[in-house]
Design a binder for this molecule. Structure first.
Ligand SMILES: Nc1ncnc2c1ncn2[C@@H]1O[C@H](COP(=O)(O)OP(=O)(O)O)[C@@H](O)[C@H]1O
Ligand SMILES: NC(=O)OP(=O)(O)O
Length: 322
């Protein structure tokens, strides 16, 4: 089976954690520990978030007095792909000796006319209390919004249209490699009037980009792995209940917050609606259990799923490296 899995930015850096490299690298090793069994049995494409990290790099760049202007978000996005891609690359190589692993710097095409450029929704950087967030918004010209119990900076997040390097990713997969790509949703680019690729100031939602990629790669399953065991109806209320199976139509009747669960639900719905294959949302450590039908929120065209036997079965044969 071909599985495209997305790793939440919070899996590498939990809210409130100090962003030390060693801590994030250890978190990457933990994440890979949960994902390695999938890579042993299936073709694996791994994407990752970058919300906490790209916001941190933006703060660092803004504080660098040697710069005329701080680095733009496309450049910062590429930096996070390098940094997080390196941690995942090394963790995967150590967990799966003998396998070829590649971490790509890659771009995702968006529309210059996307209304998201005028309506920032993507959370980046650390969490603040409301007063600090409002002060930072006033002094730095940021947009800020509530993220659960906290406040964070928000930046534009245009809809991903296409992962520019899709064809190359296919080639790497067919050579047997595990591919880490579309980090932070991919570096956001437009095609300018001369038809050239050009970076734009935005952070793409990695779940929506991952769904686009999974569709283009004809994946059998899309797994969005995060820090909650499943999608809940009435999340945060006394009546909250887990949704373990759903159709896209049933999920679309519910309300989920922009910037967190909203884009994940939208991403799995789009993937299942277009492909008729399986999309799921759940906890990183449950990656294998989700595919076995024992955890997470599993979304299928019929809203039913018994386990991975329901997917097109058959072991993935590792290509001979010679
Ligand atoms: N209905 C819901 N069910 C489950 N989690 C929800 C829901 N609504 C909001 N959330 C929040 O969504 C978060 C996951 O989204 P996000 O922070 O964007 O994840 P990640 O960075 O891992 O991609 C959870 O930690 C949870 O607080
Ligand atoms: N770019 C992105 O969606 O990052 P997070 O998953 O960390 O929010």
């Amino acid at each position: 089976m071909r599985i495209v899995a997305a790793l939440g930015g919070n899996a590498l850096l939990e809210r409130g954690q100090r962003p030390d490299a060693a801590l994030q690298q250890a978190n990457a090793v933990r994440a890979v520990h949960a994902l390695a069994p999938l890579a042993e049995r299936h073709e694996l494409i791994l994407t990752h978030g970058n919300g906490p990290q790209v916001g941190l790099l933006a703060l660092e760049s803004a504080a660098d007095t040697s710069l005329t202007v701080p680095y733009p978000f496309d450049v910062l996005g590429a930096q996070t792909q390098g940094m997080i891609g390196y941690w995942l690359l090394q963790a995967l190589q150590n967990a799966l000796p003998g396998r070829q692993v590649v971490a790509l710097i890659n771009q995702t095409l968006v529309s210059a006319a996307d209304p998201a450029f005028g309506n920032p929704t993507k959370f980046v950087g650390p969490v603040y209390d409301e007063r600090t967030a409002q002060e930072l918004a006033a002094s730095r010209g940021w947009s800020v919004a509530r993220d659960g119990d906290h406040w964070r900076r928000v930046v534009p997040s245009p809809d991903p249209q296409r992962v520019v390097e899709t064809r190359l990713i296919r080639q790497l997969l067919s050579s047997g490699a595990i591919v880490v790509c579309a980090g932070g949703g991919g570096v956001p680019v437009i095609r300018n009037e001369e038809g050239k690729l050009q970076g734009v100031e935005a952070v793409i939602d990695k779940d929506l980009a991952t769904a686009k990629l999974a569709e283009a790669l004809e994946a059998d399953a899309l797994l969005l792995l995060t820090d909650v065991p499943a999608v809940q109806r009435g999340y945060g209320t006394a009546d909250a209940e887990v949704i373990s199976r759903a159709t896209p139509a049933a999920l679309r009747r519910e309300d989920f917050p922009a910037g967190s669960m909203g884009p994940k639900v939208e991403a799995v719905c789009r993937f299942v609606e277009v492909t008729g294959d399986l999309g799921a949302i759940g906890a990183l450590e449950d990656a294998v259990a989700i595919l076995d039908g024992k955890a997470g929120t599993v979304v299928t065209p019929g809203g039913d799923y018994g386990g991975s036997e329901d997917l097109r079965p058959g072991p993935w044969v590792r290509p001979d490296p010679s």
